[in-house]
Design a protein around this ligand. Structure first.
Ligand SMILES: [Zn+2]
Ligand SMILES: [Zn+2]
Length: 378
């Protein structure tokens, strides 16, 4: 044998695939041409690649372990390779192959079920305080007729006679490289190693049936649009009675007529007449906690905001609540009757405001851009 691939990778002959992979990765990092362009190192790099190619591939590894070299043109079973008598009789070699193959074993009929996701609409109030919801879930559950086995009652799965339970069949074919051994999943049992002669009539052998059930889900206070609540083991049951996947409930929060949510704060706008802004007023507001009076101080300007601390959404983590922020918009009267106009002119005269020129200031921002800045965290 020209090259000892195990020695190249520095692993024992009984090293596991994991150990082989680890050894290769460590060496590949060390010897990679990008790291170490020295020609000798590059030669080493080629060697470890070749060794890994063989030892990481169960089929090539078998050929190699039996004395062939799957990377050389005549090593894989040509003259002097297996089949020519050098390795004992043919069935010994088959056994050697099948012996290793059966360690991999047939694949299990039992697999974990898939995760499922369901969207749940809730309103702002429910998001703020949490709620409990009943949801309808269409999912796969274990077939009660066969208890997930997939076989009709009174029958059972039987060892596949084509692969004798190994789940795969091997074939020796003659190619220009010599004799080549290939394995593929058994066509009769699809690799399960067993066949179900009489499938369960209820689930057609899948071991599960679709069913609709009602689940009660507790929605914690503070959830937001897109929050996913994981319900372990409430997803689909797997084939062959396998464990169930998880169910995710994705929250979709419905828009509120008055409040807009930003994080855990709520925002709304109250529009008041110019006179009320000057004189002060109290506005009733239906908050999440019931009716409250918003105290608009005399002299309130358009764009000012009135915070109601702790009247927002409950923080999902840590407790406490966000704020409710009322933005004030002052409405200027657009139509004046003669009497109103006379009174306003009189007021303007009293305040010396008949010919105001206006005051310009840099950086005065409107309500909209201030809201945007607050949202962007500036
Ligand atoms: Zn069934
Ligand atoms: Zn089979």
């Amino acid at each position: 044998m020209a090259t000892d691939y195990y020695a190249v990778l520095g692993v024992r002959r009984d090293a596991s695939q994991d150990e082989i992979k680890k050894a290769f990765r460590r060496l590949a990092r060390e010897l990679h041409p990008d790291v170490n362009p020295d020609p000798k190192t590059q030669e080493r790099f080629k060697e470890i690649n070749a060794a890994y190619e063989v030892l990481s591939d169960p089929q090539k590894k078998q050929v190699y372990d039996l004395g062939g070299d799957p990377l050389s043109a005549n090593g894989g079973g040509g003259p002097g390779g297996f089949g020519a008598g050098g390795f004992g009789n043919f069935s010994d070699i088959m056994d050697a192959f099948f012996g290793t193959a059966s360690q991999r074993g047939p694949r299990s009929r039992t697999r974990r079920g898939q995760d499922a996701m369901i969207r749940l609409e809730i309103d702002l109030n429910e998001a703020a305080f949490g709620t409990t919801k009943d949801i309808q879930v269409d999912t796969a559950v274990v077939c009660t007729t066969c208890s997930g086995e997939g076989a009709a009652p009174g029958t059972s799965a039987q060892t596949c006679d084509m692969c004798r339970g190994r789940g795969e069949v091997s074939q020796v074919t003659r190619s220009f490289l010599g004799q080549v051994m290939t394995s593929r999943p058994c066509p009769q049992c699809q690799g399960f190693g067993t066949v179900v002669p009489t499938p369960c009539p209820e689930c057609a052998g899948d071991g599960r049936i679709r069913s609709r059930r009602t689940l009660t889900v507790k929605i914690p206070a503070g959830v937001d649009n897109g929050t996913r609540i994981q319900l372990a083991g409430e997803g689909e049951v797997g084939p062959g009675g396998g464990p169930a996947g998880d169910l995710y409930v994705e929250i979709h929060e419905l828009a509120h007529a008055v409040f807009q949510r930003r994080g855990d704060d709520l925002h709304c706008t109250v529009t008041i007449p110019m006179t009320a802004a000057a004189l002060g007023t109290k506005c009733p507001l239906e908050t999440l906690d019931g009716l409250e009076e918003i105290d608009v101080r005399p002299g309130t300007q358009s764009g000012q905001s009135i915070p109601l601390h702790g009247r927002g959404i409950t923080h999902l983590r840590g407790g406490g609540r966000g704020d409710l922020i009322v933005h004030v918009e002052v409405m200027t009267p657009s139509k004046l009757d003669p009497e109103q106009e006379r009174l306003l002119r009189e007021l303007a005269q009293l305040r010396g405001e008949e010919r105001p020129t206006g005051q310009f200031q840099p950086g005065q921002q409107g309500l909209f851009s201030r809201l945007k800045d607050a949202f962007n965290g500036r």
